[in-house]
Write a protein that binds this ligand. Sequence first.
Ligand code: 1AE
Length: 429
Amino acid sequence: MSYCVATYRCHDEKADFHKKAQSIAIGLTVGSWTELPAAKQKQMEKHLGVVLSVEVHEPSETAGASGDRYADIRIAYPDINFSRDIPALLVTVFGKLSMDGKIKLIDLQFSPAFLSGFAGPKFGIRGVRDWLGVHDRPLLMSIFKSVVGHDLDELGEQFYGQAAGGVDLIKDDEILFENPLTPIEKRVETCMKAAGRAKQRTGQKLLYAVNVTGPASKLAEQAKKAIDAGANALLFNVLAYGFDTLRELSADPEIGVPIAAHPALSGAMYPSPHYGIAASVLLGKLMRLCGADLVLFPSPYGSVVMPKEENMAIRRALVTDRLEDDYVYRGPDASEGGETPAPFALRESFPVPSAGIHPGLVPWIVRDFGVDVVVNAGGGIHGHPQGTAAGGQAFRQAIDAVMGGRTLADYAETHPELADAIRLWGAKQ
Ligand code: 1AE
């Protein structure tokens, strides 16, 4: 039998968590069990959810807390109950249950059969690095700002300023949709022309992630239109649609460019300790499985803050090669010997900690994420006292300083753009 496993954190001051776990395992699969006649039980057994473990955490007496009694409950759901797609899985394991008390979905593991339906990122970290020809440092991404109501010339100039500063990627703002002032094909043409001009100055290749968000039925068409006009990456607001839409875009053979996933709306789902879906599932495992090459999420240091342990859990989900431990559930008998199964493989997605990032934060970003990270900023680039291009240069200098083992303060002595940025925003070391 093949199962996918959901882990829940369930808060309740007095519940019998073992009973609760059984009622979930039965309620979300066969509906009722003990009432069934023996013959029917035999027939339904292959559909029945299985409680794998219940770990109860009682509140510590010294803390005197009353509301933090909880249990982590792991339940295995037979694959036979759902089709091989994320909507069917999510509705099975957390559809109705998500509305039933203080319960949060904190992890998912998948059967090899379920995983076989997912190709993951088409490019991933390696593919994006190979395309850019940059392998030895964090990448730098810049975000358009002030886009609504601006025309093509204004956007083109803004693009040039960002590109001239030496960024590796530029992404559309997530709130820039199809509009009469900057329709997607014209926008791409204008921006790619500006990219060409900037390349003469920087010598760098550059990816432009154009926002394809719009009506669901036109997404693939919009993406292909953008690619035909010269777009070499896409930005997609995944959670406004659902993960299967990302998977479809990513799996489309005519969409041969990296996809950057924006986390818009995820704040409605992950931040509560009691409800929703953990950030590592939402912005980690599901994004990677469904094909996001880059995933944006709030960092622990910027203007929209996510706790560091959640950030690290996302990172692990996006870049871990410990797929066997983290992603795969091979069933209760998996450890009993037999042939070694073929390992499951999946390209890594680039983590992109974002929001309120400035050059002074680069040492912390590299400390926490390592080299395989995209440093991403909007205000931290455009808000530089010497302008947008200097903003990009300041970031590149901060990255060079960290990679060279230098402090920002020391490096800033000979790099005026970095010096100005540090004066404005400060520096972490
Ligand atoms: C978590 C998403 C961040 C984002 O999309 C964005 O636009 C950030 O802008 P800045 O860097 O905070 O100005």
